[in-house]
Design a protein around this ligand. Structure first.
Ligand code: AMP
Length: 394
């Protein structure tokens, strides 16, 4: 269902309470990658340029439910101020009388950033009292934090529930994510090729189930492939596997009617290091070795499938791409996805997390249709096709 966005709300003179994802990587108090802040700018600017009084809330890192200076959002306020070219006020907490006073003293076009939501246990517990205090700050609710849209936390669920009767809308970042992921799920151009990799089958089991009903082909790489190898009765040596998921993998293969493609060959070694000595094997992996990447024949086979695709979704690297000897499979797939986008007009979606990091590293992020800002969120969207946190918005 089409959702109203912040553009549909008259925000002039209103206190706009906006959930953003400012969970940026920090080195001390230095922000090492400010993309998450930059991605929220269109929605932020739309509010302040139209005279809204903006109150931003976010989490950062994984504090244990109380204030921890290393997870303070204060450095983010400075960076946001630089990016906007205007003052950004900062509140030392996210609830309480001081915050209320700051919120009430905002003028049209002002910006206030609240301290880390997760300094209160109530955020992740979706505590009603905590939610009520946050909800009391705003006249309008906006969610533009795609990365946490799959979590029913106070700021993403309890607050908009309590703000019923007031405008509650999505921002432009979530709008874009829903457009790409939603169309891929509900109305994909075919052939639809899904590429899944990474460490564990268990993390992606539900999404594999779903994609089996929607995609035409599923290309499997990463350590995940070796649990499927076990299901086929192949030997995997010391490779990372989940033995308790072998039966599940057997069931998936039985139901897949040939849609699931597994590696033909693998790059193996006895160590996962930057100077590891590697070799290539087809089929079984020797007892004293581990599989760390898809091999050259698999790369070619996967490239050929990707080249034919009109819709591509990729989540999870094809190998231990962080280490040079095992990065080639992921690189080849990234290049193939970029090529299919340019040459075959494919809609290509990178599902956040490590595959997004790989595509950025290889300078291919602007050669694909969409790089999702939420790894877990995009997987959950592919699985369920909607989010309860978005369903409750206008
Ligand atoms: P995920 O978060 O499930 O997407 O997993 C990503 C991680 O899986 C990356 O850190 C990769 O290094 C790791 N990975 C991918 N392939 C393998 C493999 N064959 N063996 C061990 N780890 C792997």
């Amino acid at each position: 269902m089409a959702k109203k966005t912040v553009a549909d709300v008259d925000v002039k003179g209103k206190k706009v309470l906006m959930r953003v994802d400012f969970n940026v990587p920090l080195d001390g108090s230095k922000i090492t990658d400010d993309r998450r802040i930059a991605q929220a700018l269109p929605t932020i600017k739309s509010v302040i340029e139209r005279g809204g009084r903006l109150i931003l809330m976010s989490h950062l890192g994984r504090p244990k439910g109380g204030p921890e200076p290393k997870y303070s959002l204060k450095p983010v306020a400075s960076r946001l101020s630089e990016l906007l070219g205007k003052d950004v006020k900062f509140a030392n907490d996210c609830i309480g009388p001081e915050v209320e006073q700051l919120a009430n003293s905002l003028k049209d076009g002002d910006v206030l950033l609240l301290e880390n939501l997760r300094f209160h246990k109530g955020e992740e517990k979706n505590d009603p009292q905590f939610s009520a205090q946050l909800a009391g700050l705003g006249d309008v609710y906006v969610n533009d934090a795609f990365g946490t849209a799959h979590r029913e936390h106070a700021s993403t669920f309890g607050v908009p529930q309590l703000m019923q009767g007031k405008p509650r809308v999505i921002g432009f970042l979530i709008q874009k994510e829903l457009k790409f992921l939603g169309e891929a799920v509900s109305n994909p151009k075919r052939p639809f090729v899904a590429i899944l990799g990474g460490a564990k089958v268990s993390d992606k089991i539900n999404v594999i189930e779903q994609l089996l009903t929607k995609a035409d082909t599923l290309l499997i790489g990463g350590a995940m492939a070796y649990t499927f190898f076990l299901a086929q009765g192949k030997e995997v040596g010391k490779s990372l596997v989940e033995r308790d998921k072998v039966e599940l993998a057997k069931g998936l293969l039985a139901r897949a009617s040939g849609k699931i493609k597994l590696p033909i060959d693998n790059v193996i070694s006895d160590q996962m290091t930057d100077d590891a000595k590697t070799s290539i094997v087809e089929g079984n992996i020797p007892a004293d070795k581990e599989g760390f990447d898809i091999g050259p024949k698999t790369r070619e086979a996967y490239k050929a499938e990707i080249a034919k695709a009109k819709t591509i979704i990729w989540n999870g690297p094809m190998g231990v791409f962080e280490k040079k000897p095992f990065a080639e499979g992921t690189r080849a797939v990234a290049q193939a996805v970029a090529d299919a986008t340019a040459k075959n007009g494919a809609v290509s979606i990178i599902g956040g997390g490590d595959s997004a990091a790989a595509v950025e590293q290889m300078h291919l992020a602007d050669k694909v249709s969409h790089v999702s800002t939420g790894g877990g969120a995009s997987l959950e969207f592919l699985e369920n096709g909607h989010f309860s946190t978005i369903d409750i918005l206008d």
